[in-house]
Design a protein around this ligand. Sequence first.
Ligand code: HEC
Ligand code: HEC
Length: 154
Amino acid sequence: MRFSFIAVSLGVLFGASAQADDDVYPVVSDPLTASACGECHMAFQPQMLPARSWKAIMQGLDNHFGEDATVDTMAVSKIESYLVANAGDVGWDNEILRGVSSSSTPLRISELPKWIDEHDEELPANVWSRADVGSKANCRACHRAADKGYYDDD
Ligand code: HEC
Ligand code: HEC
C-alpha cells in the first residue's frame, strides 16, 4: 500500500518535471504536414493545440486567417489525422494548454492563456510590431530553433 503510493507519487513528479523542464516539442515528422503547413509560416507543432482546434483549422483552410490555404481533399484528411493524433490533449500533458476551457476551440497558439502569460511577462507590448518580428505567429523571430521544437532559448 505504502510502496504503491510512493511509486505513483514519483511517477507524477517525474512526468510533470520532464514536461516542464524540457520545453522541447517533437519535430513535425509528417512530410506532407511539414511542407503544406510550412509554406507561409513555420509548421507549428501539433502538441500546441487540442485536437478539436486542428479539426476546425483543417475544415476552414479556404479562409485561413484571411488567406486561402486549401490543399486537396486527400491531403486535408492525411494532415488532419497527423495533427489530431499528435494534438496537445492526446497523450501529452501539455502545460501550454492549461486554462483552455474544454468548451472553447482556440485557433491560435498565440491566443492560449498560458502563451499570453509567458509572453506578456517577458516582453514589452510593442515588440510584436517590430520590423523583425511582425506578428505573434512569427515564433522563429525569437525562438530561433522553434522548428526543432526548442522554445526555452532566450
Ligand atoms: C497560404 C499561406 C498559409 C498556409 C499554406 C498555411 N497557413 Fe497557417 N496561417 C497563415 C496566416 C497568414 C496566418 C496568420 C499569421 C499571423 O497572424 O501573423 C496563419 C496562422 C496559423 C495558425 C495560428 C498561429 C498563431 O497565431 O498561433 C495556425 C495554428 C496555423 N496557421 C496552422 C496552419 C496549418 C495546420 C496549415 C497547413 C494545413 C497552415 N497553417 C497553412 C497562412 C498560411
Ligand atoms: C517577440 C519574441 C517572441 C515571439 C515572436 C514568440 N515568443 Fe515565445 N517566448 C518569448 C520569450 C521572451 C519567452 C520567455 C522566455 C523563455 O522562456 O524562453 C517565450 C516563451 C515561450 C514558451 C515557454 C518556454 C518556457 O521556457 O517554458 C513557449 C512554449 C513559447 N514561447 C512558444 C512560442 C510560440 C509557439 C510562438 C509562435 C506562435 C512564440 N513563442 C513566439 C519570445 C517570443
